[in-house]
Design a protein around this ligand. Structure first.
Ligand SMILES: [Zn+2]
Ligand SMILES: [Zn+2]
Length: 196
């Protein structure tokens, strides 16, 4: 009887609050999960090995042919432009803003994993999806315990700045240029998804 009741309540829960994997649309094990187990295993968080230390493109050498040497501007990201994390980004951009903290946690995890030192300021990409980028920067700044700045670009001069965006697109490149002009000491451009 107990088992039956448990099964019944589980079935009712699934009807009332189904948690569907956002990538394959099958039911998840837990209501709190975004992906089912199989899709979670598909997430490929990139390693710094075999990546250019400057632009993060695939490279067997420490620096790729276009970078060739160390600069004070670096870029990195969590995943390539396909797979479950790209599906997650699409959901956020289509209105599931409550999923931003999950992306922030993942980005903070990758940032620490890549062994970057903590920045003085986090700046959101303000050229596109402004409100969402600010939310993302806020969440990451909470995790890394680093202040985020929206509009006080002048203060980034001679500082270590982390520019946050969802993906390496034209708007992100534009933001990189804007921040670069302010002469930060170190600038790291960091996104969830890499370039096309
Ligand atoms: Zn799935
Ligand atoms: Zn490179």
């Amino acid at each position: 009887m107990k088992v039956l009741l448990k099964n019944l309540s589980r079935a009712i829960q699934q009807i009332c609050y189904p948690s569907i994997c956002i990538y394959c649309h099958k039911l998840c094990n837990s209501k709190r999960h975004i992906f089912c187990e199989e899709c979670f295993d598909l997430i490929n968080i990139l390693e710094k090995e075999e990546r250019c230390s400057c632009c993060f493109s695939a490279s067997y050498e420490p620096y790729c042919l276009s970078c060739t040497h160390q600069t004070n501007i670096k870029q990195a990201y969590v995943s390539e432009q396909r797979g479950p994390l790209y599906a997650l980004l699409e959901k956020i951009l289509k209105g599931q803003h409550y999923r931003i903290p999950a992306v922030a946690a993942l980005m903070a995890y990758q940032y620490i994993r890549l062994d970057f030192s903590l920045p003085d300021y986090i700046i959101p990409n303000l050229c596109k999806h402004k409100r969402l980028s600010i939310l993302l920067a806020k969440e990451i700044s909470k995790i890394l315990q680093v202040p985020h700045r929206r509009f006080f670009l002048k203060k980034v001069r001679n500082s270590h700045v982390l520019l946050i965006g969802f993906q390496q697109d034209q708007s992100y490149d534009k933001s990189m240029q804007v921040v670069k002009k302010e002469n930060p000491e170190i600038l790291i451009g960091f996104t969830l998804i890499g370039s096309l």
